[in-house]
Ligand binder design. Structure first.
Ligand code: ADP
Ligand code: MG
Length: 591
């Protein structure tokens, strides 16, 4: 009697469903995290929209998630009072893949299959809504958007290739607003429909959801009741035949009942006192919030007060997912205003591009709730926030570089070295913070990278400049004839093998008042005895002229060098021209 429309899934969804339904994935419990995170997103959306449109809350102000289990029948229901979905939104969201997490998953899946890796990626990417089918045979989504006066029911069965949509007609199933998911568990997965199991999983997966999550739990209390004493007992004790009224006796019984129980901690971790939060808690928060598997390399939790007030926790991920050249949105910074989640689309407004790898949350008390990109770009408050955030990010990175464990910074550098070099090119204002974080190969350390501080410490007393040479490989840098004199004098030379090194250094131009000097350029002044050089110059001037004549236009000048020891000659670049390395770069780029 209730007409249900049949809809086909988009082809990609079918592929995804197939994979999920038939996966041998052992970590099926992630379904709960995914569904709770969707509920939390729906509540976030409603809370955000209701700031400008309070009418949206007319069906009740409470924003929460409620999970009920029926262990006898293997059913779980998850209800949120969030934004809900209209009929069209149901079709668009739960039948096609437009959603962020799921699309990313498919892309990674494709890449991993191409690379021949195993496809067990489900846990790494929330595959979102469809993960319900990791444990369910049938999923029913009943949902009511405040934009519509009707409630719609989506129903999907594993392995069927299609789903149905109908209007909710049963009055007892109507909800004021939001979404109720009913999961009919597969036979082998019915064990998830236990209240204690759900509560345990919530602890594991959803402790950082900022809305209350209630679970339907059996509870008990003890009470004393008066009961008649057993007459046989009374007789034995009394030991006479006198008939008496049965004696009264009190007994303790346990009264059972069911009720909602709050199952998560809703105070956001960034509002807590940093002194009272352990590293483990930060790491957990990070992993849960950003769907990461590894602990971060570092974190920083701080509050700023005064001119602008905001709280933030920043993290450096242990691995890099996005490349610096990616134009994709990184969604690495979650912006809150007075605890209301606003958006994760404003990374570019809060951090410069070269720090786009930093992840974290920022919660401001000074921005308006209806903040937009335009407002952010114009805002003086945001400019100040950005400055502070950048400074804190540098402190955090410096922390890694000072860590006892040298591996940490090596790992950091491997992942993010290019980002910092880009910073040296783009952000003059922060040169002082970037320079000490840079790392280079050197003529005196085998394959280990050194910092500029280490270089400066190792300088000879009479040495004035920081020497470098750029080449296309470490071995050609090490074997360059330019090095001979400097090696003899035991001067250390930085070996630039990454094309970005030279450009970055040219932007810095000096470090601790020491100039960077390219040893492949003419006029290299090593502070030698110039009188002697003049004599030699005179003596060989005819030889030089002769060579210049023979080479013609191929060289600009032929001169006596003071930098060689065993090689007879070397080609050097003009002082104000490009280095040979830069020429190589420019040539490569113009091809
Ligand atoms: P993602 O969360 O990454 O967008 P999902 O597959 O988890 O991907 O969800 C797909 C879409 O379905 C969501 O973007 C949202 O529009 C919609 N959706 C899922 N669950 C809910 C819910 N409880 N309330 C409202 N909309 C929902
Ligand atoms: Mg989701």
């Amino acid at each position: 009697d209730l007409p249900a429309e049949k809809h086909e899934y988009q082809a990609e969804v079918n592929r995804l469903m197939d994979l999920i339904v038939h996966s041998l994935y052992s970590n099926k419990e992630v379904f709960l995290r995914e569904l709770v995170s969707n509920a939390s997103d729906a509540l976030d959306k409603l809370r955000y929209l209701s700031v400008t449109d309070p009418e949206l809350l007319k069906d009740g102000p409470q924003l929460d998630i409620r999970i009920q289990t029926d262990k006898d029948n293997g059913i779980i229901t998850i209800t949120d009072s969030g934004i809900g979905m209209t009929k069209q939104e149901l079709i668009d969201s739960l039948g096609t893949i437009a959603s962020s997490g799921t699309a990313k998953f498919l892309k990674a899946l494709k890449e991993s299959q191409e690379a021949g890796m195993d496809s067990n990626l489900i846990g790494q990417f929330g595959v979102g809504f469809y993960s319900a089918f990791l444990v369910s045979e049938k999923v029913v989504v009943s949902t009511k958007s405040p934009k519509s006066d009707k409630q719609y029911v989506w129903e999907g069965v594993a392995d069927s290739g299609s789903y149905t949509i109908r209007e909710e007609k049963y009055p007892e199933k109507l909800i004021p607003r939001g979404t109720r998911l009913t999961l009919y568990l597969k036979r082998d997965d019915k064990g998830f429909a236990h209240p204690e199991r759900i509560q345990k999983l919530l602890k594991n997966y959803s402790q950082f959801v900022s809305f209350p999550i209630y679970t339907w739990q059996e509870k008990g209390f003890t009470k004393e009741v008066e009961v008649d004493e057993d007459p046989a007992e009374a007789k034995k004790e009394g030991d006479d035949d006198t008939k008496t009224e049965p004696k009264k006796k009190t007994k303790t019984v346990v009264e059972k009942y069911w009720d909602w129980e709050l199952s998560n901690e809703t105070q956001p971790i960034w509002l807590r006192n940093p002194k009272e939060v352990s590293t483990e808690e930060y790491n957990e928060f990070y992993k849960k919030t950003f769907n990461e598997y590894l602990d971060p390399l570092a974190s920083s939790h701080f509050t700023t007060e005064g001119e602008v007030e905001f709280r933030s926790i920043l993290f450096v991920p242990a691995t890099r997912k996005d490349d610096i050249t990616d134009s994709r949105k990184t969604k690495n910074i979650r912006l809150y205003v007075k605890r209301v989640f606003i958006s994760d689309d404003f990374d570019g407004e809060l951090f410069p591009r070269y720090l786009s790898f930093v992840k974290g949350v920022v919660d401001s008390n000074d921005l308006p709730l209806n903040v937009s990109r335009e407002i952010l770009q114009e805002s003086r408050i945001v400019r100040i926030m950005r400055k502070r955030l950048v400074r804190k990010a540098f402190d955090m990175i410096l922390g890694i570089s000072c860590s006892e464990n040298r591996d940490d910074y090596e790992r950091f550098w491997e992942n993010y070295g290019k980002f910092l070099k880009l910073g040296a090119m783009e952000d003059k204002e922060n040169h002082k913070r970037i320079a000490p974080l840079l790392r280079f190969f050197s003529s005196q350390s085998n394959d280990e990278l050194i910092s500029l501080d280490e270089y400066v410490e190792n300088m000879k007393p009479e040495q004035k400049d920081i020497y470098f040479i750029a080449a296309d490989s470490l071995s050609s840098a090490k074997n360059a004839p330019f090095l001979e004199r400097l090696t003899e004098k035991e001067y250390e030379v930085l070996l630039f093998v990454d094309p970005m090194d030279e450009v970055a250094i040219q932007n810095l131009s000096s470090y601790k008042d020491k100039k960077f000097v390219d040893i492949s350029k003419e006029d290299l002044d090593l502070g030698d005895n110039n009188e002697e050089r003049e004599e030699i110059k005179q003596e060989f001037s005819q030889t030089c002229d002769w060579i210049k004549n023979r080479l013609g236009d191929k060289v600009a000048r032929v001169d006596i060098s003071n930098r060689l020891r065993s090689s007879p000659c070397v080609l050097v670049a003009a002082k104000f021209g490009w280095s040979a390395n830069m020429e190589r770069l420019m040539r490569a780029q113009s091809m």
